[in-house]
Design a protein around this ligand. Structure first.
Ligand code: GLC
Length: 698
């Protein structure tokens, strides 16, 4: 009797179109359960009820931001307070708390610098720290990480992403998202997809075949969704195969929400990130940012009235927008603005730790480490310039920035530091000749590279600007011990390379960068950075970078995969970095040499020994080749990496795991894992792979 009565109540309730809280547990899709955790069933049931109670107008109001400008606050997306729905509060960005708001934040080293650490655990801590600062600023959506593939280092936003390689991007991006979301801030992986040119970003159509799309431009986004449960995705400004990213049913519905089961919401990039109303809503764009234009309620209502948008489609978008807020507890634990918690000293220490780990020693013929004695001349306009990166949306307003010169002076101890500013006169030249060592700080600034439209855009070339090559050569002509410190997003051509003793890549090292640079120069820190992108000898060695045409073709080749396929040696290979100590790698030990199917994995252990006099961190890299593949493959692809920190004389084991599915190629039948022979190449850069171990998939 009781059950029948319950069903009767249900029936009446259903007729009243309110969702019925029946006693049967609500089934939720596995991807929704993974997104929301143990609350998934209750949250979906609550969303059912909310969708039944909310007016259409309330739902439409949630599909667009409400503030065209953010200065002094956050980018808001309205909720429904009458239903206990708080709305969303967004801020950039990939380097820390956005400079668009009115608060100072910790300016971390930029993404490419953090990519050079090859340390996902460290990146997880960075994501969590940034998220804590966003919450203290009243924001609950962090518009990061940028995980666009670095197809060419002239891209103006090279500094924002982690590097050129799919596996490396996935590892770093997943870690960042997990870190940020552990603080109940929704991360927003961007920019989806194939967004790697900034000067033409609003109009360029990227023509890319399905294999290159699936294997090169999407895997790290898939991992953000399926491994890190990223709360949201930002669609990109550009077109892909003729469809604007905000209107690409293939990208948004077929792949992202369909195949990958993405359970969160998709927000557009700002302003020109949305182009039309019904095509965007129907393709799977859920929120127009920063404010309603194409998704203004009047336009949405008109599209619904003329039958161009179904009400079910609106409900699905609303469900995703509500799910994110409820699964991240934004209703019960809102991000309340509390500037007293900013900026955080601990985060400054983390910024320094990351900057030290990012220091990448490219060349050292004895120039480093420096002694704290004698006279040290410091030359270069960048030495005394605060240089933390792009003034675009990734910019951070830091309470202070330590320049390279300040860091060197603070760490010099018994050495006398002489700063020589350009142009160098006869007195300066005499000082150079008298100095025991010379440090030239050169590179790029926000004037040379940054976001398109609102900042400097793409680089004009890979060469050093403003006559810095000539400066370095002039210094090298007057000193036997010249160390070049480079600041910037990534590769810079170095025609003077053989004329200097050492080159240290410092990236845009953040607010504590000067201390990190000095620590690496004086040997207080043993550099452990590894290049997350190839460093070419000449720009012609790379695929062309076309930041003028409105249609470009992205094929399967770029970075080290392109260089090796074309037989061209880089100045410094992907994964390269020197140390003040010496590591030896033992032969790789395979747990099994035969894998069986997609769900299997290759497990490799590598013994590493520190044969030098200094403690240090080594990054062991595993690349896979497929000698008898049925399709063309890269000569080698990075498929795993791991690190170990070792005291002098100590040994340690690095365990590397290669999921078999990462060996599959995209073919006519979708993902295809070949039953064939493979070779695991193990070493410390794309070109330094002393060990090869064959294995098979049966
Ligand atoms: C910018 C950027 C995007 C950023 C957004 C908000 O145009 O492309 O990365 O998050 O607008 O500032």
């Amino acid at each position: 009797m009781r059950v029948a009565a319950a069903r009767l109540v249900c029936l009446v309730a259903l007729l009243g179109s309110a969702a019925c809280a029946s006693d049967a547990p609500r089934e939720v899709a596995p991807s929704v359960a993974a997104y929301c955790g143990e609350d998934a069933e209750a949250v979906e049931a609550r969303i059912d009820a909310l969708l039944g109670e909310m007016t259409l107008d309330t739902k439409l109001r949630m599909m667009a931001g409400s503030r065209p400008g953010v200065v002094g606050g956050v980018w808001e997306v309205p909720g429904a307070p009458e239903h206990g729905v708080p709305g969303l509060h967004m801020l950039d960005g990939p380097r820390g708390l956005s400079a668009f708001t009115d608060l100072e934040g910790t300016a971390f080293p930029v993404g490419s610098a953090r990519g050079a650490t090859w340390d996902p655990e460290l990146e997880r801590r960075v994501g969590a720290a940034m998220a804590r600062e966003l919450r203290a600023a009243g924001a609950d959506v962090l518009l990061a990480p940028t995980i666009n593939i670095l197809r060419h280092p002239r891209w103006g936003r090279t500094q924002e992403t982690y590097g050129e390689d799919v596996h490396h991007l996935g590892e770093m991006g997943v870690a960042f998202i997990e870190g940020a979301q552990s603080e109940r801030v929704i991360a927003s992986a961007k920019h989806y997809a194939a967004n790697s040119i900034d000067d033409t970003r609003f109009d360029v159509n990227v023509v890319v075949d399905e294999r290159a799309l699936r294997e090169i431009y999407l895997p790290h986004f898939r991992r953000a969704v399926t491994e890190a449960q990223v709360g949201s995705i930002m669609s990109a400004y550009n077109f892909v195969n003729g469809d604007h990213c905000s209107e690409s049913t293939h990208l948004l519905r077929d792949i992202l929400k369909g195949e990958w089961g993405f359970a969160g919401f998709v927000e557009s990039d700002w302003l020109l990130g949305t182009r039309r109303t019904a095509p965007a809503v129907n393709a799977g764009l859920d929120i127009e940012m920063p404010a309603g234009n194409h998704f203004a309620r009047g336009r949405l209502l008109a599209a619904i009235d003329e039958g161009a948008i179904e009400l079910e489609t609106i409900d699905e978008a609303a469900r995703r927008i509500l799910r994110a807020q409820l699964c991240f507890d934004l209703d019960t634990d809102p991000a309340l603005r509390d500037p007293a918690r900013l900026p955080m000293e601990a985060h400054h220490g983390l910024a320094r730790e990351v900057a030290e780990r990012a220091m990448t020693l490219l060349r050292n013929e004895g120039g480093l480490p420096l002694e704290r004695a004698g006279t040290l001349a410091v030359v270069g306009e960048l030495a005394a310039r605060e240089n933390i990166g792009d003034l675009g949306s990734s910019n951070v307003r830091a309470p202070y920035v330590v320049t390279a010169l300040e860091g060197i002076e603070a760490a010099a101890g018994g050495a006398t530091v002489v700063h020589l500013s350009e142009p160098l006169d006869a007195e300066d030249e005499a000082a150079l000749e008298a100095a025991d060592a010379v440090v030239v700080v050169a590179g790029l600034t926000e004037d040379d590279e940054g976001e398109g439209g609102i900042a400097s855009g793409d680089r004009e070339s890979l060469a050093l600007p403003r006559g810095q090559d000539a400066l370095i050569e002039a210094v090298a002509a007057r000193s036997e011990r010249v160390v070049v410190v480079l600041e910037g997003s990534g590769p810079m051509l170095a025609p003077w390379l053989e004329e200097v003793e050492a080159v240290l890549m410092a990236w845009y090292p953040g607010m504590e960068g000067g201390h990190a640079i000095a620590a690496a120069l004086f040997g207080d820190v043993n550099p452990s950075g590894r290049l997350p992108m190839s460093w070419p000898v000449a720009e012609a060695d790379l695929p062309p970078f076309d930041n003028e045409s409105l249609e470009v073709v992205y094929d399967y080749w770029h970075g080290y995969r392109h260089l090796e396929r074309s037989g061209v040696a880089p100045a410094f290979p992907f994964g390269h970095g020197l140390s003040y100590t010496r590591f030896e790698l033992g032969a790789p030990r395979l747990e099994r040499e035969v894998l069986s199917g997609m769900d299997d994995a290759l497990v490799v252990e590598v013994e590493v020994t520190n044969g030098g006099e200094r403690e240090g961190v080594e990054t062991v890299q595993l690349y896979v080749s497929v000698p008898e593949s049925a399709v063309e493959r890269a000569p080698r692809d990075l498929r795993a990496f791991g690190q170990v920190r070792l005291e002098p004389g100590a040994s340690g084991t690095v365990r590397l795991e290669v999921p078999a599915r990462s060996l599959a190629y995209w073919g006519e039948a979708g993902w295809t894992l070949e039953r064939t022979g493979y070779v695991a190449h193990v070493g410390t850069s794309a070109l330094d792979l002393p060990h090869a171990a064959p294995f098979r998939v049966e």
